[in-house]
Ligand binder design. Structure first.
Ligand code: HEC
Ligand code: HEC
Length: 357
């Protein structure tokens, strides 16, 4: 007598034979693979094209997008999309004028070091599609369609592309496209696209033939960065983007040498106030803080009053400036600030010393 499990196994086996028989009948290469099911194809076929073919119906507001952003994106990309910690900043470097012209002027400005997503991306469909398929990084494809609309709208809102009360949807996405800062900045004139260059060259460079006999065994290095040139542009590790901290090798040491041990911060001079005011400008602290009055954040003199007599005040404030955080002065948190330890300590010392102009 067969147990119910054995019977079940038989049924499963019979079904498999039936299925694979059907698959074999259709397959051009018998015995290899099986046709994908419509559901499998639907799961893969999620691309959204510039003409919005493939875009699912739905909508989401900037405000809903802020919730998605703060819950699922800000820890990596920064509260304002400005973080450079895991990837280049997403937001920054675009202007109202760019939205008018459809060309991001800073892309042609060699003195501007940053290249953010909003500076480069020409089609809103690409942004939507990328977020939909790849983000959040630890859980791709976990966002609901309406969440993708919402968070895309929020990113674009941070870039000034759509207003605060905007609700983005499949109905009005073309309107958003017409405001993308770099919508006219895409070139098709190269060998990877059927543009002019492709017409003259005929084909992209894909004609290389693999060498199978008498191949040169020793690879010849045709170009390399000579030792003396390594640090030609100054220490890359210390150079900052205007839109976030720069990742970079410590070029003051030879390639491949161990990472520099953290250097002890130099003693901070009390009379460094003028440099501090330059730092406060450079890192836009002054967008949220003033010396004597409360703006978004507390007045610097209030901070002095609170911590001026605290023994570890400088270290506490320096750490707090770098890590950001909230709840000490009110509900609004301060985003983490990307400045060096030395700079944070200078500002901390200046605050403890009385925040004098
Ligand atoms: C755990 C970290 C992490 C989280 C959380 C995260 N991202 Fe990302 N994001 C990344 C990384 C890393 C990349 C670069 C991936 C790559 O190039 O392969 C990236 C790239 C992107 C890009 C493309 C940038 C470009 O110019 O190519 C966008 C847009 C983006 N993320 C949006 C989001 C949104 C929206 C969320 C929240 C729903 C989110 N990310 C959550 C780490 C994260
Ligand atoms: C986007 C706005 C914003 C920017 C930019 C900003 N801050 Fe703040 N800052 C705040 C807010 C809001 C708080 C109050 C946070 C709280 O309640 O804990 C704060 C708090 C502080 C504190 C007090 C921390 C504490 O634990 O009491 C210091 C010090 C400080 N900021 C320094 C700076 C410096 C230096 C910069 C620039 C490098 C800067 N902030 C940039 C908004 C900002």
């Amino acid at each position: 007598m067969s147990s119910s499990r054995e019977r079940l196994n038989l049924v499963v086996a019979a079904t498999l034979v039936l299925l694979s028989g059907a698959a074999l009948a259709q397959s051009a290469m018998p015995g290899i693979g099986r046709p994908a099911t419509p559901k499998e194809i639907a799961a893969w076929d999620i691309d959204v094209r510039p003409d919005f073919k493939g875009l699912p119906k739905g909508s989401g507001s900037v405000a809903q997008g802020q919730d998605v952003w703060e819950g699922k994106c800000a820890q990596c990309h920064g509260v304002f999309g400005e973080s450079n910690e895991v990837f280049s900043p997403l937001v920054g470097g675009t202007t109202a004028e760019d939205i008018r012209t459809g060309r991001v002027a800073k892309l042609n400005d060699t003195s501007f070091p940053g290249r953010t997503t909003l500076m480069k991306v020409a089609t809103v469909s690409t942004l939507w599609d990328y977020i939909n398929r790849a983000m959040p990084w630890p859980a791709p494809k976990s966002l609901k369609t309406d969440e993708v609309y919402a968070v895309t709208a929020y990113l674009l809102n941070m870039g000034g592309v759509v207003p605060d009360n905007y609700v983005m949807s499949d109905k009005n996405i073309a309107e958003v496209q017409a405001r993308m800062p770099n919508r006219n900045g895409m070139t098709l004139d190269h060998g990877l696209w059927p543009g002019k260059a492709m017409k003259t060259a005929g084909k992209p460079d894909v004609k290389a033939v693999a060498c199978m006999t008498n191949c040169e065994a020793e690879p010849k290095v045709a170009s390399f960065l000579p030792e003396y040139a390594r640090n030609n542009h100054g220490n890359l590790a210390e150079q900052n983007r205007m839109v976030g901290a720069q990742h970079g090798a410590d070029t003051t040491r030879p390639a491949g040498s161990a990472v520099a041990a953290p250097v002890a911060p130099p003693p901070v001079k009390a009379e460094s106030a003028p440099t501090v005011s330059a730092l406060l400008q450079k890192y836009s602290c002054t967008a949220c803080h003033a010396v004597d009055s409360k703006l978004v954040g507390p007045a610097f003199r209030e901070i002095t009053r609170k911590y001026g007599s605290q023994a570890d005040g400088v270290a506490y404030l320096a750490g707090k400036i770098k890590s950001g955080g909230g709840g000490v002065w009110g509900q609004i948190p301060m985003p983490p600030q990307s400045l060096s330890d030395t700079e944070a300590r200078m500002i901390g010392q200046w605050l403890i010393n009385g925040a004098k102009n």
